[in-house]
Design a protein around this ligand. Structure first.
Ligand code: ATP
Length: 354
């Protein structure tokens, strides 16, 4: 497996937006790009595909410099949210389209189409017009059409966004299985944190034209390096704190709570930071709590309770507990956490302006 299969180092400026990205994707990787609307995900895919030209920089795919190549010369497949199938062509005609552009001889074309129809269970629909298909069927045709020319790389821009939740879950599972089976490299853009966390080998969190963090889902969820990353991938308590490093580790003084000693975090010396705790990492305790406060809201959510606790200085902490700990508003509680669950991260909110 080639670790530097895709190497991106580009800038692109629009009057009100500036993108600057360095990123490496490994061969066979399922890589997701996540971030809020307008952060530059589609722009980055367009730069990779060749639909948009960078102002500066290069894109290298499998040792080939793509920068000067046209869209078709790049051998990259793409699937977009709105399918972009040719309405006047049949299912078979749509799948054949890219193969004709590749000038693949007729017999090989037919073989490839047959393979795709079987792979996506579209055999029965080969002669149907695309208007006569359901949303899920259309999206399978779009995937078959993109994969038929056997691209080096498949780009997927929110491909399932227009579909209902159940179908979306089924198709994304199918896509992941297919990617594992065929071994193609995929870059998948999604708004949905859950989708990115469950599908990706690695993911990048983008904001304001920059990549803030790259890693496996578990790394980025558990060890965010930026407050935006922490809150974008799930609920997070970000508690202002000051830290001092010593031989034993980091002494953390959180706002509204008691000081505590954490295992050392590289690069954190002393100063103002944020203590990041996921709601599921906090637990109720009467024995040496770090925070004490009053439950403001408590909701039953099936597998347990979701609550907000007001601790010292008016700080509100989110808490998730199991069913065995029914919570009631007005109750006073003590909260603690395992030191390994807590992360000390720089307060980077001001770095996000574009
Ligand atoms: P979404 O999740 O909503 O699709 P995105 O992260 O994919 O958003 P982009 O579509 O890449 O975001 O857009 C990033 C920014 O670049 C936006 O502010 C957009 O208005 C701007 N932009 C994109 N294309 C152009 C263009 N051709 N001319 C000017 N500005 C553009």
């Amino acid at each position: 497996m080639k670790e530097d299969f895709l190497q991106i180092d580009v800038t692109k400026g629009y009057p009100e937006f500036q993108l600057e990205v360095q990123l490496t994707v490994a061969e066979g990787e399922f890589f997701s790009l996540v971030g809020p609307s307008g952060c530059g995900k589609t722009t980055l895919l367009r730069l990779i595909s060749g639909l948009t030209r960078p102002d500066q920089g290069r894109i290298i795919l499998n040792d080939r410099d793509l920068t000067a190549l046209t869209v078709w010369e790049r051998k990259i497949g793409f699937v977009f949210q709105d399918y972009a199938l040719f309405p006047h062509l049949t299912v078979g005609g749509n799948i054949e389209y890219g193969l004709k552009i590749q000038r693949l001889p007729g017999s090989q074309r037919q073989e490839r189409i047959k393979k795709m129809l079987a792979l996506f269970e579209l055999e029965e629909l080969v002669d149907r017009r695309v208007q006569e298909l359901s949303g899920g069927e259309r999206q399978r045709v779009a995937l078959a059409r993109a994969l038929a020319p056997e691209p080096f790389l498949l780009l997927l821009d929110e491909p399932f966004a227009a579909l209902d939740y159940g179908l979306r879950r089924r198709l994304r599972r199918e896509l992941k299985e297919l990617q594992t089976k065929l071994g193609f490299t995929a870059i998948f853009v999604t708004h949905q944190q859950e989708e990115a966390l469950s599908l990706s080998d690695r993911l990048a969190v983008m904001a304001a034209g920059r990549i803030l963090q790259v890693g496996t889902a578990a790394e980025v969820y558990s060890n965010p390096v930026h407050p935006f990353v922490a809150t974008f991938l799930g609920d997070a308590n970000l508690i202002p704190c000051t830290v001092q490093s010593g031989p034993e580790g980091l002494t953390v003084h959180p706002q509204g709570g008691k000081s505590l000693l954490l295992p050392s975090a590289p690069g954190r010396v002393c100063g103002s930071y944020l203590l990041m705790l996921r709601p599921e990492d906090l637990f109720l305790t009467t024995d040496a709590p770090v925070f004490t406060g009053e439950i403001r809201t408590a909701e039953y959510i099936g597998y347990g309770f979701s609550a907000e606790v007001e601790v010292g200085g008016g700080l509100i902490l989110k808490l998730l507990t199991g069913k065995e700990n029914p919570l009631l508003p007005g109750e006073r509680v003590g909260l603690a956490f395992r030191p390994q669950a807590a992360k000390v991260i720089p307060d980077g909110a001001h770095h996000l302006a574009n």
